[in-house]
Design a protein around this ligand. Sequence first.
Ligand code: CP
Length: 312
Amino acid sequence: MNLKSKDLLGLKDLSPEEIKYILDTAATMKYVIVSNNKKTPHLQGKSIVTLFYENSTRTRLSFELASKYMGASSANISASVSSVQKGESLIDTGRTINRMGTDIIIMRHPQSGAPHLMAKNVTASVINAGDGMNEHPTQALLDMFTIREKKGTLEGLKVAILGDIYHSRVARSNIWGLIKMGAQVSLAGPATMLPPDIERTGAKVFSTIQEALIDADVIISLRLQLERQKKALFPTVREYSRFFGLDEKRLQLAKKDVLIMHPGPINRGIELTSGVADMESSAIDEQVTNGVAVRMALLYLLTRRGTNETAN
Ligand code: CP
């Protein structure tokens, strides 16, 4: 099997079979990360560039390490120190990187759709590492990988996604992906942070987190994205935390073996307490490790399109 597109732009575009294929390949890649010899030849001779117009710790570093573990030549450029500051356009920046023999461009951009525009203008594969409030497909893939690893399946699970849904590209990608893979998705947050028409995706929407938490198998708590708010969407951060924060008491509404997740970075004491973030049933640290495995799988699968190789 091969991925249909040269690019990975969103989970809206992937089939359930493609998602399963990526997660299965990531399971193989995870053996490399936990081994003493983090070196494979899968990307030997390939060239990979990360192009970030927004800050990142997890996504950028995990792509960089994934490239290195697999033997690629990798380079990084931040828009803040590039010729973007001299007025170079997104397309011209992309063409320039493409012309240096790059096989994959991994990009994060504050505008929704920017990676889609890039993908149309370069021959390299483009991976969306987060575009505005649209999608963050590699985050959702690592979230689904983590859930499947811990629960054995995605099908039939009740997943509660809590908090700032409106600004969250992580939520959007997870909603597309989880519903395609047969999970039930419940959303809860302040009314001002619930996108209009989000029910059309098949997710259930609740106005209190208590309702969304009942019998949840998995909870994905979202970061409050104050930097994307153009106007105040709730009275104070303290009020937000009081009504929509996840604490030990509220957790009791979920199933006993509930899995706690957060894409990071965490605002401790706002969207969830430190007690919840660090409890035994939290998979937040494991999500970080799995992010490298999923990104290794994607780099490998995008560069091997058109061949009959397998990762084993
Ligand atoms: N989850 C996530 O995208 O984290 P970074 O912003 O650190 O990449």
